[in-house]
Design a protein around this ligand. Structure first.
Ligand code: NIG
Ligand code: FE
Length: 415
């Protein structure tokens, strides 16, 4: 048994009450000012005021003692929505967007997601793995210890499976916990142009059954958007996914208010994500159904669109989670501190609400809260040491990396 004691720490963590935290509970955080965190075999064995933890401990029980000199300790960030499995970036397209060409217009012209599809189809598996690993390790240095990665740059069975194998390998060969989401419904591939229903048939008939048979993804996601997949098509795909044993997620109301958020509530999806244009009626339906709202402020920032109404979500009782959406088109970032800062300074969340959104609620959004997302006893000792005294340093020290050290299952993996 390996026992490690981290003392002289200012610990801030949401507490796991068995469900995502919503409404006034979203901002309730446990603060332990002169705290100690005791880890045994990579799990949290105790957290409390230093004197209490020390009293319950024999000095010779401890294999390693670390004095954190009053610095802030948080649970590792959980990033529940990324598309980090790709090869080439899209700087040219970014320049076009800066000139005023709309994101969906670029997709209509055969660029955007479809240009990443062309390069991912051509890429060999090793190259795709290395490119993905580089980004995931960058996320780790910014404090992400668990993340979700979506497929969706294959849009044909073999390439979707290639991506999902790479994503699985990232989970095995990096310190991070990785959750895979199948997103064959990310765009309509060129060979199905103007035949979206035929492509939906292929997803439902061939792709979902094969992904489920291989047990290689935990969730299925759909881009429900004007010119991509309609609400009816999204419903069909997600129902098939649920029937095959996958969880349901949806890119909902990112650009237009199609009713994707309401669909999430209707079918019992775990989460609806983006929500920039979601109506209040849809948000109410989500609150009723307990659907988690995953907000992605770096996407609004990069697309220069108004942010999702996260304050309204919290007031309505929607549990809010925060993610990067890391992808080569609409949000090229791996940084949870960056989106944390946007959530506080541009979306009006309190630091405490943003902390819950970036940890516990994010863990619920990818069904990992049984082991990560908070520093409750028994969970994995995944935590961050910040260069600062409170979590407010994350939005405060803008543009810098406030993460001084990252521990995964009690092991130092950055810092
Ligand atoms: O979440 N909206 C669709 N998917 C991503 C963008 C992916 C891309 O542009 O490559 C998003 O914004
Ligand atoms: Fe996305």
């Amino acid at each position: 048994m390996i026992t490690k004691l981290f003392r002289n720490a200012a610990v801030f963590t949401p507490e796991d009450g068995g469900k995502p935290r919503a409404g006034p509970d979203q901002g309730r955080i446990r603060a332990v000012p002169k705290g100690a965190l005791l880890c045994r075999n990579g799990r949290v064995a105790a957290l409390g005021p230093e004197k209490d933890v020390l009293k319950a401990l024999h000095a010779d029980d401890v294999d390693l003692e670390v004095d954190l000199e009053g610095r802030c300790v948080l649970p590792g960030f959980v990033d529940p929505h990324t598309h980090l499995c790709f090869v080439e970036t899209r700087e040219q397209e970014f320049s076009l967007r800066l000139q005023g060409v709309e994101y969906l217009e670029i997709l209509r012209r055969g660029g955007g997601i479809l240009s990443t599809v062309r390069s991912v189809r051509k890429s060999d598996e090793e190259t795709l793995f290395r490119a993905t690993r580089e980004r995931v390790l960058r996320a780790l240095r910014f404090g992400t210890t668990t993340l979700e990665i979506k497929s969706g740059y294959g849009l044909e069975t073999p390439t979707e499976l290639k991506m999902l194998r790479v994503i699985r390998r990232i989970g095995r060969e990096t310190p991070l916990d990785v959750v895979a989401t199948f997103m064959g419904a990310h765009a309509v591939p060129e060979e199905y142009r103007n035949r979206t229903d035929d492509y939906v048939d292929a997803i439902v008939r061939d792709m979902i059954p094969e992904v489920a048979r291989q047990g290689i993804a935990r969730f299925c996601d759909v881009f429900c958007e004007q010119g991509v997949f309609s609400v009816a098509q999204s419903r069909r795909i997600l129902r098939a996914a649920l029937a095959a044993g996958l969880g349901a997620k949806i890119h909902a109301d990112e650009v237009h208010d199609l009713g994707g958020a309401a669909l999430a509530a209707e079918i019992g999806a775990l989460s609806a994500e983006h929500l920039l244009a979601a109506s209040e009626a849809s948000l109410k339906a989500m609150a009723q159904a307990g659907t988690i709202g995953v907000v992605l402020p770096a996407t609004a920032y990069s697309l220069r669109k108004p942010f999702a109404k996260a304050r309204t979500m919290i007031e309505l009782g929607v549990p809010v989670a925060l993610a990067t959406d890391g992808n080569p088109g609409s949000s090229y970032t791996e940084s949870m501190p960056f989106v944390f800062g946007l959530a506080v300074l541009s979306m009006g969340l309190s630091v405490e609400e943003a902390l819950t959104a970036a940890t516990l609620n994010a863990a619920y959004a990818i069904a990992t809260a049984d082991r990560v997302g908070s520093l409750d006893v028994g969970k994995q000792a995944d935590f961050l040491v910040l260069e600062g005294e409170t979590p407010a340093v994350v939005p405060y020290h803008a543009g810098a990396n406030p993460v001084a050290a990252v521990y995964k299952k009690g092991e130092l993996c950055f810092g």
